[in-house]
Design a protein around this ligand. Structure first.
Ligand code: FES
Length: 131
């Protein structure tokens, strides 16, 4: 058993995988999508419109909006605020390894959505406007 889990006597449910840009990524039940991406070694997953600077987890508490992803077709969701669920399909703004442009343009969608942004029905704290 992982020493950290033994230390806190954690006994999580069996893990699962989600789809991130077409790749299977492992999930420990209860992880946020941001934690899943970070654990998979993905440190940035979109860029700013101005300057193309990399963005990923920054505040980790839902304040900065740097961690936007598209989940199951719903754009501009904060990865740090959404729990990963079996069957989730996450699209980021990362360019494809073969050089194709990114499938998602989270920063553009975020700005188009306005300050309240789109909602997502995932329970308490799961989406914008419900926490
Ligand atoms: S990391 Fe700041 S809102 Fe998600």
């Amino acid at each position: 058993m992982n020493p950290a889990r033994r230390l806190v006597r954690a006994d999580p449910e069996p893990g699962f995988e989600i789809d991130v840009d077409g790749e299977a990524v492992p999930v420990v039940p209860g992880q946020s999508l941001g934690a899943v991406l970070h654990a998979a070694g993905i440190r940035s997953w979109r860029t700013t419109r101005s300057g193309g600077r990399p963005r990923g987890l920054f505040c980790g508490i839902g304040v900065c909006f740097d961690c936007l992803v598209t989940v199951n077709g719903v754009p501009s969701l904060r990865a740090c605020q959404i729990e990963a669920r079996p069957g989730d399909r996450v699209t980021t703004g990362r360019p494809h390894p073969d050089g194709r442009p990114a499938a998602d343009h989270a920063s553009t969608e975020r700005e188009a959505a306005g300050p309240a942004g789109p909602g997502r029905d995932r329970g308490a704290g799961g989406g914008r406007g419900d926490s």
